[in-house]
Design a protein around this ligand. Structure first.
Ligand code: GTP
Ligand code: ZN
Length: 359
């Protein structure tokens, strides 16, 4: 029946539940688990989870390496929750903010036996909710029944894989811009009800010739506040100016703040950078990959707007590769080198050395 939530709707519901601190249930046919995000779980719910079974905290191998915990499952570690610790202990496991001032007391006991598929799915889910990648889990046959009796959102492990986003146009309206002149702003809404993304059309770009294009990931600090720690603000402005000079262009403004980890986690990364870690190390200490963006979005949006060929303003070869893979022909890569400051020189050098950006 159409009133039954679809897997995509349950996925987005699960993200909201975890952000509120409400556990969800993951199943994979063989077993089921109650899952809560380490960052939002409160003491009462932790006590309830303990009453059902032995909790473990799933972490990524990146975070486990910082904590010197064994990751027997390759990309995932399962840390057995000691009986005498509370939510503050879980928070310290999840959040590296105090790693240097208050190193965790070990040793941490990693679970070795049993499958880790549900734990891997749980990490995928909390990451996609833009929470720290740490999930408190109790694997128990009772989980499925508890989901029914307590109206908890249930997902299969398979359903935690974010499908290619389908975007629907919501509205477009005329927008005159100081740097780019006449244009139109289009708003697109993903089918799963998640964050909206925008496309700025400068002038009247033709659909049958390569368009000057930019895929810009949101950077509140750089784009809005003029932060000197990155080059995003100057890149945004330079792209708009280049489009006006070229007569037309299209700028996709993708709401993938912090290379997909969200503003809260990006600020956690900034706080680690103030302790001396570079941009990539900071992401890893938090448990993330250095880039968590889903670049399938860009190709989908361009196609939706009728573009098939672009001259792409970027220094990031991954953006070129992902667009080509998504069916958009990149006829030319146009470098976008602006905004170098004393504050961001090391950041840009790290991106070149570790993330393949072209200097
Ligand atoms: N996690 C994290 N994200 C950052 C940091 N500094 C900037 N960002 C984010 O990095 C992204 C930069 O996006 P873009 O400028 O579109 O991408 P890029 O990969 O640098 O590629 P080009 O600018 O096209 O060459 C934005 O989402 C910023 O919010 C940081 O230190 N840590
Ligand atoms: Zn930035």
């Amino acid at each position: 029946m159409s009133l039954t939530p679809s897997p995509l709707e349950r996925l987005n519901r699960a993200r909201a539940d975890l952000r509120m601190g409400l556990p969800v249930v993951l199943t994979d046919g063989a077993s089921s688990a109650l899952v809560a995000a380490g960052e939002t779980l409160d003491a009462a719910r932790l006590a309830d989870l303990r009453a059902i079974g032995q909790p473990v905290v799933a972490l990524t191998a990146h975070r486990a390496a910082t904590l010197k915990a064994r990751a027997y499952d390759g990309d995932i570690a399962r840390i057995v929750l000691p009986g005498d610790v509370g939510v503050a202990w879980i928070e310290a496991l999840a959040d590296p903010a105090d790693d240097l001032t208050h190193p965790m007391k070990g040793p941490l006991l990693s679970q070795r036996d049993g499958p880790a598929a549900l734990h891997r799915a749980a990490i995928r889910l909390v990451k996609s909710a833009q929470l720290l990648p740490a999930a408190v889990m109790v694997v128990a046959p009772a989980a499925a029944d508890l989901a029914r009796s307590h109206s908890l959102t249930t997902l299969s492990a398979e359903e935690t894989n974010t499908p290619e986003t389908r975007l629907s146009p919501v509205i477009a309206a005329r927008l005159p811009m100081r740097l780019a002149g006449a244009g139109r702003l289009h708003v697109f809404r993903p089918q799963d009800g998640g964050t909206e993304h925008y496309a700025v059309e400068v002038g009247r770009p033709m659909r049958d010739a390569p368009v000057l294009a930019r895929l810009h990931s949101a950077c509140f600090t750089g784009d809005v506040l003029g932060s000197l720690k990155c080059d995003c603000g100057p890149q945004l402005h330079a792209a708009l100016i280049a489009m006006q000079e070229a007569g037309s262009g299209v700028l996709l403004y993708l709401n993938q703040e912090g290379r997909g980890i969200g503003l809260a986690n990006k600020m956690r990364a900034y706080s680690l950078q103030d302790q001396g870690f570079d941009t990539v190390e900071a992401n890893h200490r938090l448990g993330f990959e250095d880039d968590e963006r889903d670049f399938r979005l860009g190709a989908e949006l361009l196609k939706k707007m009728g573009f098939s060929q672009v001259r792409l303003l970027t220094n990031n070869p991954r953006k070129v590769a992902m667009l080509q893979k998504g069916g958009i022909e990149v006829t030319q890569r146009v470098p976008l080198k602006v905004g170098l400051t004393d504050e961001n020189a090391a950041y840009l050098a790290t991106k070149a050395a570790k993330s393949g950006h072209l200097l």
